[in-house]
Design a protein. Structure first.
Ligand SMILES: [Zn+2]
Length: 374
């Protein structure tokens, strides 16, 4: 494989249905593993369920400098309710665009760093090296990445590049996500005798009002602004003629680096009071690297001719596996940079632009060269 084959590899990956749920990323992970192993990478597979397999491929890693890590996920979201004009699994191209579920988010990104790493492999064996972390189960809350972290499958990395779709524009971070479930309890009774019961929906409604009034007291972040809080769902009661004994509220908090998640949970619990039980459903830290970091500056330099301008510091709107991986890696400088089109992620008739995918390979090769060979 060489840089001419990135289109071919993206097409092969798109032809494997990895819609999550259920996932079934294994054939895709093994396909990439075989290519990487043949080029001298040490490949380890990490399964966490039926057909759910992530892949860690390493080459080099000698000397005092830590390796450079690329990461991407191989699962995709479902097709959605709207009919597709293009076959989502054929890998058809039209006018320089490759169509299919997962083209932009993010099989073209995985293909691009895989091709870049394969092309550079013969020069990397005696360098500080490169790690490719190719995950399953990202779309359902970074399951695969958390599994790798909990399994102790990851050594330290010196820098992390997340190849999520950014149209090749390097981003320096993204918000965190803290998903909470608030539960209130009551005592059921016949609807004609509410005085005999305790209404959990009334308690839940009070909790929702308090959540609506909640204001963050942390200083806003320079690039990300302030954190946000949204009540996503509110369920309570079983039927019209009973006093409900349980209500559940789901809360989606998007945090910025100035929010301490633990402290925030404590603050919310205090404001909601002892009648409300709080449970954490997902806890992903915000990811942010100061743009003046030398590696970030070097990535900006590499990408400037490719995006046609000197990049200015920006952050992505979505969260990524970096939130999970950085716990294992010891929080290295992190850039989100991939050839997919961010506005195509999760869309009907998703596509990626082939020219951008080819340019990403060139950019990634230069990023590897600068990290490993200079
Ligand atoms: Zn993605």
């Amino acid at each position: 494989m060489n840089s001419q084959n990135v289109v071919q590899l993206t097409t092969e990956l798109v032809r494997m249905n990895t819609i999550n749920p259920p996932g079934r990323e294994e054939p895709c992970a093994r396909y990439l593993g075989v290519l990487l192993e043949a080029a001298g990478f040490q490949v380890k597979y990490h399964g966490f369920g039926d057909g759910r397999v992530s892949l860690v491929a390493t080459i080099g890693s000698s000397g005092s400098k830590l390796p450079l890590c690329f990461t991407g996920h191989i699962d995709t979201v479902p097709l959605g309710a709207a009919p597709w004009r293009m076959d989502p699994f054929a890998g058809d191209t039209d006018a320089g665009l490759l169509y299919g579920r997962g083209t932009s988010d993010m099989k073209c990104g995985v293909a691009a760093f895989t091709i870049a790493a394969l092309g550079m492999a013969k020069h990397l064996a005696s360098t500080c090296g490169v790690i490719l972390v190719i995950t399953a189960g990202e779309e359902t809350g970074c399951e695969g990445a958390f599994h790798l972290y909990r399994d102790g499958a990851l050594d330290k990395a010196g820098a992390l590049l997340v190849a999520e779709p950014t149209s090749n524009y390097p981003f320096v971070g993204h918000k965190g996500a803290l998903w909470l479930k608030a539960t209130t309890r009551g005592v059921t009774a016949h609807g004609s005798m509410p005085e005999m019961g305790v209404n959990a929906v009334y308690k839940g409604a009070h909790a929702v009002s308090r959540l609506e009034r909640f204001r963050f007291s942390n200083p806003p972040h320079t690039l990300m602004g302030q954190a946000t809080l949204n009540v996503g769902t509110f369920h309570g009661g079983l039927n019209i003629n009973s006093v409900p004994d349980r209500a559940e509220i789901s809360v989606d908090v998007r945090t910025v680096p100035t929010v301490d998640h633990k402290a925030l949970i404590g603050l919310l619990a205090a404001q909601l009071g002892p009648e409300v039980e709080l449970e954490t459903l997902m806890d992903l830290a915000a990811v942010y690297t100061e743009p003046r970091n030398p590696w970030v500056q070097s990535v900006f330099e590499v990408m400037a001719p490719i995006v046609g301008e000197v990049p200015t510091p920006r952050v992505a709107t979505y969260f990524t596996d970096a939130a999970a991986l950085n716990r294992a890696f010891g929080d290295p400088p992190t850039v989100i940079l991939g050839p997919g089109e961010p506005q195509m992620a999760h869309q009907t008739d998703e596509y990626c632009a082939l020219e951008r995918v080819e340019k990403a390979v060139a950019g990634y090769e230069e990023i590897i060269r600068r990290w490993c060979l200079t």
